[in-house]
Design a protein around this ligand. Structure first.
Ligand code: FES
Length: 256
């Protein structure tokens, strides 16, 4: 699939929490070709824009309208510029990029935290029966608003918070083993902070369920040219997250 390199138009911006925004972008070539797990890089058309593009996992598409969405945390210069874009503003997009999720599972369990839930949201949207289930992890009640976004796209949502202010107290691993014990899932999909993902992979391994991880790392180019995003695969093999991933089977990656 060929990535497009052109300008999209901001259609809408929505505030999901104090520092999380959802941006809808009109760019039919991306909306109609993006697969769950793929990402785009963006650059804000602005005089004082940062030079480098920033990667964001596609969070959903509306093929009929030719729109796709990004869910991003406002942190740093690019995202501060992004949140100030009004509908109608131009935004430079390259994508869709990378290697998305294997979609052959019949009953998947999604496990995510923070903006790592964005690509999982697209995956749930693309599931025709919407019968996946999702564990949404956050530090506090304010961070598990994601559950509401998944409500009409998944069969069941589970929430965990570090402080116990909502759902089960603890990390996503506070509920994961009991769910895996039921033997009903044929794949676990994980995306979020690295320590969380590594802990989830360890638990899933014990139950012998196939597991796909969507890795996040600083990316210089997003196109396989700069080596800034490398991770270690089995046998010491170096892999590029932007090109070989960002989605891998968990047994393919050793360190990231
Ligand atoms: Fe440049 Fe992956 S970001 S090689």
């Amino acid at each position: 699939m060929t990535a497009v390199f052109e300008s999209g138009t901001v259609v809408a911006q929505e505030t999901l929490s104090h520092d999380i925004r959802r941006m809808e972008i009109h760019l039919p070539k991306v909306a109609q070709t993006a697969q769950p797990g793929q990402f785009v890089t963006v650059r804000v058309n602005h005089l004082h824009e940062p030079l480098l593009r920033r990667p964001f996992g596609v969070a959903g598409v509306d093929m009929a309208k030719g729109n796709f969405s990004l869910i991003y945390r406002v942190v740093g210069e690019t995202t501060q510029l992004m949140e100030n874009l009004e509908p109608g503003a131009e935004i430079s997009v390259v994508g869709p990029l990378g290697h998305g999720f294997d979609l052959s599972a019949r009953h998947g369990l999604l496990v995510g935290g923070g903006v790592g839930l964005a690509p999982l949201h697209f995956l749930a949207q693309a599931d025709p029966g919407h019968n996946m289930e999702v564990i949404v992890g956050g530090r506090t009640k304010a961070e598990v608003f994601w559950s509401e976004l998944f409500r009409d796209k998944t069969a069941r949502q589970y929430e965990t918070t570090d402080d116990g202010s909502y759902g089960v107290k603890g990390t996503v691993n506070a509920v994961l083993p009991d769910l895996l014990k039921t033997g009903q899932y044929d794949c676990v999909y994980v995306c979020g902070p690295s320590p969380m993902m590594k802990a989830v992979v360890e638990v899933v391994k014990q139950y012998g369920v196939p597991c796909q991880v969507s890795l996040e790392k600083y990316m210089g180019c997003g196109l396989g040219a700069c080596l800034s995003c490398s991770c270690e695969g089995r046998g010491g093999k170096r892999m590029k997250i932007c090109k070989d991933g960002p989605v891998f089977w968990s047994q393919e990656v050793v360190e990231w």
